[in-house]
Each structure stands twice: as structure tokens, then as C-alpha cells.
Design a protein around this ligand. Structure first.
Ligand code: PLP
Length: 518
């Protein structure tokens, strides 16, 4: 099918379309003869089931397609995708198909009809390699959540049937999250995300710790490469008189468990070490540190925001007393997370209010978000090993080919101990921020670990902690792959990154092209 306005086929992978009728028909309702029509009583939105059209790539989708068409021109078109459509590529193809169907329907009904890809969709092919920053909500997760925004709206603390149903949904989600990390459901507390979980663990343990007799202050041990949710919490503790030891890491980005052991003092009340680093993907020896913490009888918290859903997790094997999880890193929505709190752990709440979450975290539960997190945890468990193998293969292909094609580039962090989806690469002689912007203009989204503070680009604290010079830290990019990443996406990155790096290097006054070997 060709678009009349542009006399060209729709580009594959475009996502949404604007449907405009000719002015003559613009104010009349648009009938699509090839569709079954329904009208939602509450929203007034018309939905049509497209029938009688061929779908080349998957015949049985034919019956499942739902298309929402608003009444006023220009009609904007969106598809309600069935849960079976797991990948963004399939969803885009479905919307594309629906746009073609409208166009065809317009022709069949003898009306002048124009279907144009919307501005956003007309943009180039876009590849998202920033899953450590956030992940899209999985459509199966969204589907599980939707009833809890409107139909199932009860307060989970209410004793009537409305409340009972949402309470049951919250408890099912708690079971799924507990199963993801090998915990008991009663040990899971829902929070607003990774930042709150980290803060609750750190401030909660320190506040509840009695302090050792005769000790002047309490002491906390962490590492130099933690996320700011931990580092800034520790700095706040320091301002309140708590002493904090920031244990350094090796060039590979790993902490030596013996350094943790040596940092322990009689007044140490908490050890907090992240499981996977967000910039490097590097994994810490949590099991060994767990044993050391248990021997010393010190509480042990781990920020598992970047490993939950990517690797198997078992709180008992890891030996942690507290573990943080964030929904939006594992295909659930932003603004929901969980904290595992081992039974018997002494902890002051961060907030004061009602008796929710067994007095651990007051506030009416974010039922839809919690249900989403529960569904995401269930899916992560089911797809963990296949997903990890595929991601590691794609990540390795990307990394290997970039190292071959870009002179003088190198990989940061341990290549043996890391999450399967993350590659952090330094491209010396380029400015990382400029590279991110140039790649974005070509359609590839990735990130630097750099932070912008007071107008100046600060090199990443993680990369400088592993020994990179500030200019090399600023020349580093993180590529983080995800559930939707296809082999074609990796090839797209390989066709894009080397050329963009080469171009930026040519503009650099300090870059000297290596002379090719004879
Ligand atoms: C390792 C780590 N911890 C904590 C957080 C904070 O999580 P949230 O965004 O859910 O507050 C992040 C987010 O990037 C993270 O990567």
C-alpha cells in the first residue's frame, strides 16, 4: 500500500500515523467498511476491528487488532496491541498495518483519505541502547496494570470488596517480587523506587542501630562507585556525625572483600555495596562480603537495582539483610520499587503515617505500580536465562566489532564479572557528550556516565575510581541493551558509531590518526 500524499511506501518501523480526511468529509464520522465498530461508552473512543485484510507476517493477528480512531480530524491512530506482541518491532508493524488498513478502507468507501506518518514516526529509525537508565514498560506489564487505574480502584487497606481485590493484587505482586530474589513475601516492602529503597535501608539501619558501648559514633562502610542514591545518603550521614569509609575498587571496578573486612570497626553498623554497577555493569563479590558481614555481625545492604531481572538473585545465597530493587529498570513503570528486609532486621522507617507495609512504609499503596512490578518480576524470572544469553551475545558482538573498527578504543570494567547487557567503552580524543548528541542525531540513544554540575561536565566518579584520567572518563560511553534489542539494532550501532567517532576525532586538535601498518 502506498501513501497518496507521499507516493511512497511506509517505512518499516514507523510507529504512529495521522489520518486526515479531505475537507469535504472532515466533519462527518468516518466509516470504515472493512471494520467491525465499537464505541466505548465512557471515553467515547471508537474502536474498530479490522477484518478481511491480509497480514503478511502473522495471519492470526488479523482477528486481534484493535484500532482507536478519535472523531475529530485529523484522526490520530493508535493500536491496542494484544499481549502476545512482545516486541516494539511487532507493535510498530501492527500500527503500520492499521494505518494501511484505514487508507484502504478510505479507498473502499470512496472517500478521499490521506494517511501520513506522524512527525515523530517520520523520524529516522531509532535504536535505544540506554536500558540501564530506564526500560520501556513491557506490554504484558501494562496490560496487568490497566484494570487498577479505573475498574479496580479500591484502597488496598479498605475492608470492603473493592479493597479486598486490590489487597489481593498487592499480595500477589509481593509473592512475585519475593520469588525473584528468593525471599519470603513478608520480607518485601514496596517503595517508590531504587532511591527510596537505598535511603530507607541506609538511614533506617543507622537510626535503629543502638551504637556500640563506649563508641563515639556509628560507622558505615560503602564503596567509591556506588550510585548517588547511596553515596549522597552516606554523605548526609557524615554531616550528621556518622563516619563513613569509602572502600576503593580495582581497575576492573571490583572491590576486594578483604578491604571490606579490614574496614570493619567495633562501631560499624552497616555495610552497603552495590551488586551491579550502573555504568560498567561490573558485579561485586557480594557473597564473600555477605559472609564477612555475617561473621562480624554487621548488617549488609546491597543495591541490586541494576542486577534484578538481569541475573538470578537469591538473598540467602548472597547473604544480604537488605536489597534494593527498582521497577523501571526491569520493564515495570517508574516510581515503584521494593526493599527486601530480612526478618528480624532492626530498621527505623523513613516516613511516618499509617500502618501500611507492616509499619515499614506508610502511605496508600500505589496498587497499579505494585501490580506492574509484580508482573515484571514474574516475567523476569521466566525469561532470565534465555534473555541473558542472547543479551550477552549481542553485547559481545557490539563490543568486539567496535574495538576492531575504532582505533585505540577500550572496554572499561571487568569483562568476566558483569551484567550481560552493559558495555562501557572509551573512545579517546572525543568528548562523550558530543558523541552522545551526534549519535542521537543519527538515531542511536546511549549515554555517558558524566554528570553536569554547575555548568561543567564532571567526569564520572565511577570511571575515575577505576583509574581513568578525567579526559578519558569524559570520552566514555555506556551502551546498555535490553529485551527489545534486535541483532539489526546492533548492526545499526556498528554502522553508526565508528563513523561518528572518526568524524569527531577529525575535528579534534589533539587527535593523530594512527599510521596504518605496511
Ligand atoms: C544502581 C542504581 N541504584 C539506584 C538507582 C535509583 O533508582 P530509581 O531511579 O528507581 O530511584 C539507580 C537508577 O539509575 C541505579 O542505577
Amino acid at each position: 500500500m502506498r501513501c497518496k500524499a507521499h507516493s511512497k511506501s511506509f517505512a518499516e518501523g514507523t510507529g504512529s500515523y495521522t489520518v486526515a480526511l479531505s475537507p469535504l468529509h472532515a466533519r462527518k464520522p468516518f466509516r470504515i467498511r472493512t471494520c467491525e465498530k465499537r464505541r466505548c461508552k465512557s471515553s467515547g473512543i471508537r474502536t474498530c476491528k479490522i477484518i478481511g485484510l491480509k497480514i503478511p507476517w502473522n495471519q492470526h493477528l488479523q482477528k486481534k487488532v484493535g484500532v482507536g480512531v478519535s472523531r475529530l480530524p485529523p484522526f490520530s491512530l493508535s493500536t491496542c496491541c494484544p499481549a502476545s506482541l512482545k516486541t516494539a518491532r511487532k507493535r510498530r508493524a501492527l500500527t503500520h498495518f492499521a494505518a494501511e488498513a484505514i487508507l484502504e478502507a478510505g479507498e473502499l468507501s470512496g472517500r478521499a483519505c490521506e494517511v501520513t506518518p506522524s512527525a515523530a514516526s517520520q523520524a529516522m529509525h531509532r535504536v535505544y541502547f540506554d536500558h540501564n537508565a530506564t526500560t520501556p514498560v513491557d506490554h504484558r506489564v501494562l496490560e496487568a496494570m490497566l484494570p487498577f487505574f479505573a475498574d479496580e480502584f479500591g484502597n488496598a487497606s479498605s475492608i470492603h470488596s473493592f479493597g479486598q481485590r486490590t489487597r489481593a493484587a498487592v499480595e500477589r505482586a509481593r509473592e512475585s517480587v519475593a520469588a525473584l530474589v528468593g525471599a519470603r513475601p513478608a520480607e518485601i516492602v514496596f517503595t517508590s523506587g531504587g532511591t527510596e529503597s537505598d535511603n530507607q535501608a541506609i538511614f533506617g539501619v543507622v537510626a535503629a542501630a543502638p551504637g556500640r558501648a563506649g563508641a563515639e559514633c556509628k560507622h558505615v562502610i560503602t564503596t567509591a562507585i556506588e550510585h548517588h542514591a547511596v553515596l549522597n545518603a552516606c554523605q548526609a550521614l557524615e554531616r550528621r556525625g556518622v563516619e563513613v569509609t569509602y572502600v576503593p575498587v580495582s581497575q576492573e571496578g571490583r572491590v576486594d572483600p578483604e578491604d571490606i573486612r579490614h574496614a570493619i570497626r567495633p562501631e560499624t553498623v552497616l555495610i552497603t555495596v552495590m551488586h551491579a554497577n550502573n555504568e560498567l555493569g561490573t558485579l561485586q563479590p557480594i557473597e564473600e562480603i555477605g559472609r564477612i558481614a555475617a561473621e562480624a555481625d554487621v548488617y549488609f545492604h546491597s543495591d541490586a537495582v541494576q542486577s534484578a531481572g538481569k541475573l538470578p538473585l537469591d538473598v540467602n545465597r548472597l547473604g544480604v539483610d537488605l536489597l534494593s530493587i527498582s521497577g523501571h529498570k526491569l520493564y515495570a513503570p517508574k516510581g515503584v520499587g521494593a526493599l527486601y528486609i530480612r526478618k528480624g532486621t532492626r530498621l527505623e522507617p523513613l516516613l511516618y503515617g499509617g500502618h501500611h507495609e507492616r509499619d515499614r512504609r506508610p502511605g496508600t499503596e500505589n496498587v497499579a505500580g505494585i501490580v506492574g512490578l509484580g508482573k515484571a518480576a514474574e516475567l523476569a524470572r521466566e525469561e532470565l536465562s534465555d534473555g541473558a544469553t542472547r543479551l550477552a551475545a549481542q553485547r559481545d558482538r557490539l563490543e568486539q566489532a567496535l574495538l576492531e573498527q575504532v582505533p585505540q578504543a577500550w572496554v572499561n570494567g571487568s569483562r568476566d564479572h558483569r551484567t550481560p547487557n552493559t558495555a562501557n567503552i572509551t573512545f579517546p580524543f572525543v568528548e562523550g557528550e558530543a558523541l552522545v548528541i551526534a549519535l542521537d542525531l543519527k538515531g542511536l540513544a546511549c549515554s555517558t556516565g558524566a554528570a553536569c554540575s554547575s555548568g561543567a561536565i564532571e567526569p564520572s566518579h565511577v570511571l575515575t575510581a577505576i583509574g581513568l584520567a578525567p579526559e578519558d572518563a569524559r570520552a566514555s560511553l555506556r551502551f546498555s541493551l535490553g529485551r527489545d534489542t534486535s541483532d539489526e539494532d546492533v548492526e545499526f550501532a556498528l554502522a553508526t558509531v565508528p563513523a561518528v567517532v572518526e568524524h569527531l576525532r577529525e575535528l579534534s586538535p589533539v587527535y593523530k590518526k594512527p599510521v596504518a601498518a605496511q
